[in-house]
Design a protein around this ligand. Structure first.
Ligand code: MSP
Length: 522
């Protein structure tokens, strides 16, 4: 068996409920997890919430509650949302978990032992939105783009520093020699440029400015910088350094992460600080940082102040969706991974109707209707001339698309099969074959379509787990699609005589008139 697969998402700030942008990231990660299980890998999938820092502290205060009560509520909302989106994570980490607290302390002590942490006076410009001191380049960019600078704070404090300078060259070398470390590759230069600017980083804040955090070991006046705390979650996920034989074995097996899914806005932290921290802790670096783009609403940044926040639940309600698969499908199929994607209600409706309701839904419906009419609902037998509709050689490219995070291409190829099956029906005219009593040929045609639907169910499962399970059940299968194996696609056939179960359309056409905030095309 191949090496197990360790997959993470960013952990989400506990300062509001997740919107479709956050959902996009966790859905992409879930597709990666489901695909890798499908090809037989043992997957450990980590996600969670980032709960310390000044933003949380201020919001809780403003709401007249304690930070802990506030983050408890938000973490519960995230857990519910992830369950609602059918996310199959193995662990949900919270940075307020006691074991995380212990791990961060352990890591801090290790960096101190290495001589990589020292105390110094610091003056800089702190951005509470990003929870980061800004570099000159970032300040200039904010000025140039007219971003709101009113929340920036000039800070002079005595802080602890991490000797990034000790690792800068090694990080650069690692990025240059590991061409697939940062994916898509076109993001690498941006990181290499940022690396030029960086000096040692401040890794603590005075308790007077931020009290909601993990205390610096041995110094009651300071808390650990929220990004050091947050990045360490990926180690807590696998219980790094916990004195327990089973935990140690698991860590050895799974570390380093195969894929860390993050947004483009937090690339610097993951491509520079995080590798440096791991180098300082003498740990191997992740294989891939998979950097996705941003989801906007009609090309406008999603923001509470603009009032254009859309949650997955909003879309389910607005379009009366039977499950969240159209949401999962739409974002992955329409946004080439890595690029930004713009949501609009019109696009959503058009894409979901065209691909899922019409193309796939109709194929299933008309095929099951014919199976019922011509064969009493039982899968017909096929002749020695029988040929399937999907050639084996066409499967590998789809596997490669999934394996290389080209989800939109994978969806396009799968829909190509569905298209082909629909055209095949029109061409073969089963109704004419039936009228002319060419029953052998009729059996071959219906069988070919039923079996290609079976294959499509497995191919599409990572993105649309609910819809494909319905499809699977209507085809008459009782085995659990969650247990499916990629080899089933061409290593098995639909059993002749199996009773199909014509049911409700797996996805009714979306008809709703749009009244939401989802934006029309500009
Ligand atoms: N807490 C930090 C991450 C720490 S990871 C050690 C953070 N949180 S966040 O809630 O602001 O963002 C979490 C993830 O969601 C990030 O990867 C971010 O890029 C992603 N997204 C937030 N808004 C998004 C969109 N509008 N579109 C796509 N992804 C978005 O940063």
């Amino acid at each position: 068996m191949s090496r197990p697969f360790y997959l993470t998402t960013a952990i989400y700030y506990a300062n509001g409920a997740p919107h479709i942008g956050h959902a996009y990231e966790v859905i992409a990660a879930d597709v990666i997890a489901r695909f890798n299980r499908l090809i037989g890998k043992q997957v450990f999938f980590l996600t969670g919430t980032d709960e310390h820092g000044i933003k949380v502290q201020k919001t809780a205060l403003a709401q007249g509650t304690s930070p802990k009560t506030y983050v408890d509520d938000i973490a519960a909302v995230y857990r519910q949302e992830w369950a609602y989106l059918n996310v199959t994570h193995d662990r949900f980490i919270r940075t307020t978990d006691p074991e995380h607290y212990e791990l961060v302390t352990r890591l801090w002590n290790k960096l101190v032992e290495k001589g990589d942490i020292y105390k110094a006076q610091y003056t800089g410009t702190y951005c509470p939105i990003r929870e980061a001191f800004l570099t000159d380049r970032e300040l200039k960019l904010m000025q140039d783009t007219g971003e709101d600078m009113s929340k920036l704070e000039a800070v002079t404090e005595e802080n602890y520093f991490f000797r990034l300078s000790n690792y800068k060259d090694r990080v650069r070398e690692f990025i240059e020699t590991h061409e697939t470390f940062i994916l898509p590759a076109y993001r690498r230069n941006e990181v290499l440029n940022q690396l030029e600017d960086l000096a040692d980083i401040s890794v603590s804040r005075s308790k007077k400015s931020v009290s909601w955090g993990i205390p610096v070991p041995g110094d009651d006046e300071q808390v650990i910088y929220v990004w050091i705390d947050a990045l360490s979650n990926y180690l807590t996920g696998l219980d790094w350094g916990v004195d327990d034989a089973a935990a140690k074995e698991r860590f050895e097996e799974y570390w380093p992460p195969n894929v860390q899914v993050i947004g483009k806005d937090i690339m610097r932290f993951h491509a520079i600080y995080w590798p440096a921290m791991l180098m300082a802790a003498d740990l191997p670096l992740p294989e891939h940082l998979l950097v996705h783009g941003f989801i906007t609403v009609a090309d406008t940044k999603i923001s509470k102040s603009l009032g254009n926040v859309i949650t997955p639940k909003d879309l389910v309600d607005r379009f009366e969706l039977p499950n969240v698969d159209p949401i999962r499908y739409y974002f992955l199929a329409t946004t080439p991974f890595g690029q930004d994607g713009s949501y609009t209600d019109d696009d959503f409706k058009a894409k979901v109707n065209a691909d899922l309701a019409n193309n796939l839904g109709n194929l299933l419906n008309r095929t099951l209707n014919m199976t019922k009419k011509y064969f009493d609902g039982a899968v017909p037998s096929f002749s020695k001339d029988y040929q399937g509709l999907i050639d084996i050689s066409e499967l590998n490219p789809i596997r490669e698309h999934y394996d290389n995070y080209r989800f939109s291409e994978a969806m396009q190829s799968i829909m190509g099969f569905v298209d082909r099956a629909n055209k095949y029906i029109n061409e073969k005219e089963p109704w004419t074959l039936h009228k002319e009593e060419k029953l052998e040929q009729l059996g071959d045609v219906i069988y070919a379509i039923l079996d290609s639907l079976r294959q499509v169910a497995i191919l599409l499962y990572p993105v649309c787990p609910s819809l494909t399970k319905d499809l699977w059940a209507q085809l008459g299968f009782d085995m659990d699609l969650d247990q499916a194996d990629w080899r089933w696609i061409n290593g098995m056939l639909t059993p002749v005589g199996q009773h199909t179960r014509l049911g409700e359309p797996v996805l009714p056409r979306l008809e709703s008139e749009i009244v939401g905030t989802g934006g029309k095309k500009k």
